[in-house]
Design a protein. Structure first.
Ligand code: C2E
Ligand code: CA
Ligand code: CA
Ligand code: CA
Length: 275
């Protein structure tokens, strides 16, 4: 186990994931972590590229482990997906994000949507849309202030997912495709699913300046999305040059360290109050 400076997170070397004992331990601890309230959400702001104002936040889960400290999602989400526990964790994330967003609104802060990451596993339960409806009802958050981020998976049942997404869209919940361009069937998504927004993966954004083909790809994704009436947000924006490029090519929104890393809910509250 080694310490990382960023976000006070503990990062694990690959060795832990190879040890089945450690995996079992972590899996067991994860189960208790839900009951013990050890998960917390950080939020990363999303900005309008024209006005520069904060127009949304993405909820990102962290595990406050009593002994190991703050564990980043990359160190436990894959295991949670594998074991199926991502469904319980995902339920908690969804409700907490909606509850928090409603609390900001009730405090008189600007109303913005919160984006929640969904695992494909959460579609396997056949009641996803009704679960979302009941969380919105319970927390009092209006559907238009919730956005769900989905990623590609080769193992999914397209007609089932598409029906779920149509139900959610009819409710007024926003749908974004996360990590756009990294999968095998990104275009298939746009054709078959009711998508409001796509998020250009940061691997394309990273090399905009160095790699002319990445620049072409990003420009083409933006133009194509706009022709399909789909909004575009770029993720992983770290430099002013990247931001300028995106602005020049009419990208709608951006998210990245250049403006803000994921921060606590208290920080978001301050940012909203100042905006
Ligand atoms: P993601 O959905 O693609 O989230 C964006 C990740 O990129 C976040 O990492 C964020 O901290 C990081 N990031 C943001 N801006 C920059 C930047 O400018 N440069 C770089 N290098 N990185 C940036 P994080 O919080 O560690 O999350 C990692 C992944 O874990 C997420 O990737 C998502 O796939 C997954 N995840 C996080 N929370 C949840 C959750 O509640 N449910 C599910 N199913 N997955 C989650
Ligand atoms: Ca995401
Ligand atoms: Ca992403
Ligand atoms: Ca990702």
């Amino acid at each position: 186990v080694k310490e990382s400076g960023k976000n006070d997170c503990l990062l694990y070397s690959d060795s832990w994931s190879n040890s089945s004992f450690e995996r079992l331990t972590l899996q067991h601890e994860m189960y208790r972590a839900i009951q013990r309230n050890e998960f917390i959400l950080h939020y990363q702001p999303q900005y309008d590229l024209v006005t520069g104002s904060m127009v949304g936040v993405e909820a990102l889960v962290r595990w406050k482990h009593p002994v190991k400290g703050m564990i980043p999602p990359g160190s436990f989400i894959p295991l949670a997906e594998e074991s199926g526990m991502i469904v319980q964790i995902g339920d908690w994330v969804l409700e907490e994000a909606c509850r928090q967003n409603k609390a900001w609104q009730d405090a008189g802060l600007p109303h913005i949507p919160v984006s929640v990451n969904l695992s494909i596993r959460q579609f396997v339960q056949n009641d996803l849309a009704s679960k979302v409806a009941s969380v919105l009802h319970k927390t009092g958050l209006e559907p238009k202030y919730l956005d769900l981020e989905i990623t590609e998976s080769m193992t999914m049942d397209v007609s089932h997912v598409s029906r779920c997404l149509l139900d959610l869209t009819e409710m007024g919940v926003g749908i974004s495709v996360d990590d756009f361009g990294t999968g095998y069937s990104s275009f298939h998504y746009l054709k078959n699913f009711p998508i409001d927004r796509l998020k250009i993966d940061r691997s394309f954004v990273r090399d905009i300046q160095q790699d002319p083909s990445d620049a072409e790809i990003v420009a083409a994704i933006i133009a194509m999305a706009h022709n399909l009436n789909i909004q575009v947000i770029a993720e992983g924006v770290e430099t002013e040059e990247q931001m300028e490029f995106l602005r020049k090519h009419n990208c709608d929104e951006m998210q990245g360290y250049f403006w803000s890393p994921p921060v606590t809910s208290e920080n978001i509250e301050q940012m909203l109050a100042a905006s």
